[in-house]
Write a protein that binds this ligand. Structure first.
Ligand code: ATP
Ligand code: MG
Length: 295
């Protein structure tokens, strides 16, 4: 069976996204697909989990599997090269701000911008076709999706401002009006949304605990708003062996949350991943996880 072209793992902090992403990437690669595991997480967890030494941002686990970790600086640099100046020109025609401050603001203060940019980056990687499958380990789900709506929102709010129709004086896009730039930007966002809808398999990782389960509805609501579909749920850290009163008590508690998840989302594929008696690091343990995810 050929792998999904792009798999994206979403979910709240610490639930096991990176673990599932790494196991999935390893699984696809062991089946012979050219695979890229990609993350924009600020902490180098993918390299850590694959036990890659050194501090290179890009490394190979084996001949089929590459790992790429884009830090804030890389994302900022790429965003700057791709979008920075024209977005700056739009902003600068309304508010006087110097470029470095603007870049700092856009790429570090605005949460989720890295992810928004990554959608575009992955779409282009996909077009280039160097990899058969890309596994994307996301940062804890935040405003990622909301940001894709930014250009449309900007146009709506700026439409009444006369300067939106004036041509920009400086820069590469000097013959365009602000409105032209916004429209182009909007088109790109639409393209990226479409790409997310059509080519990305979303896997939601969660755990059987009150807060995580309570947050599920919000996550599904956000996906719905953007016409995106979660295709699979992984419930992680499920206690399967209860050989102490301690574990029995935890398992009993988990039971009610598992019931809720299975009840509410019975239309989706739900995989329970057991809580292992050790942390998951290195190929052997990741294979163990993959066996459960792909059984
Ligand atoms: N089923 C499991 N059994 C035992 N340990 C697990 C299991 N799943 C994950 N872990 C451990 O839990 C920790 C957190 O997992 P992971 O890093 O995959 O979460 P995350 O969702 O990526 O976190 P973050 O949101 O911080 O990126 C890791 O140390 C991992 O080894
Ligand atoms: Mg992670």
């Amino acid at each position: 069976m050929s792998p999904d072209k792009i798999t994206m793992f979403v979910g709240k902090g610490g639930v096991g996204k990176t673990t599932c992403a790494a196991a999935t990437a390893l699984h696809y690669a062991s089946n012979g697909s050219r695979t890229l595991a990609l993350t924009t997480d600020a902490t180098p967890s993918l390299r850590h989990i694959f036990e890659i030494s050194g501090d290179l941002r890009e490394a190979s686990v084996n001949s089929s599997l590459d790992v790429s970790e884009l830090g804030e600086a890389e994302v900022r640099q790429m965003w700057d090269a791709r979008f920075g100046h024209e977005v700056y020109e739009v902003f600068n025609s309304f508010v006087a701000v110097n470029y470095d401050e603007f870049l700092e603001f856009m790429t570090s203060v605005l949460p989720g911008l890295g992810e928004e940019f990554m959608v575009d980056y992955i779409r282009e990687m996909r077009l280039k076709g160097a990899y058969e499958t890309i596994v994307w380990d996301t940062a804890p789900l935040g405003q990622t999706l909301a940001l894709l709506g930014t250009p449309a929102l900007l146009e709506k709010h700026l439409r009444l401002a006369p300067r939106i129709y004036s041509r920009l004086k400086s820069g590469r896009q000097s013959r365009e009006t602000v409105l032209d730039i916004l429209r182009r930007w909007e088109k790109l966002s639409a393209l990226n949304m479409d790409f997310l809808r059509r080519e990305v398999k979303f896997v939601l990782v969660t755990i059987p605990e009150a807060l995580a389960v309570a947050q599920l509805e919000g996550i599904f609501g956000e996906f719905d708003r953007y016409g995106l579909k979660v295709q699979q749920i992984v419930v992680n850290n499920v206690i399967k062996e209860t050989d102490s009163s301690f574990l029995k008590s935890r398992a009993l508690q988990q039971e009610q949350y598992l019931k809720i998840i299975h009840g509410k989302y019975s239309n989706l594929m739900i995989i329970e991943l057991p809580l292992f008696p050790y942390e998951i690091k290195g190929a052997a343990r990741l294979q163990e996880v993959a066996q459960i995810l792909f059984k």
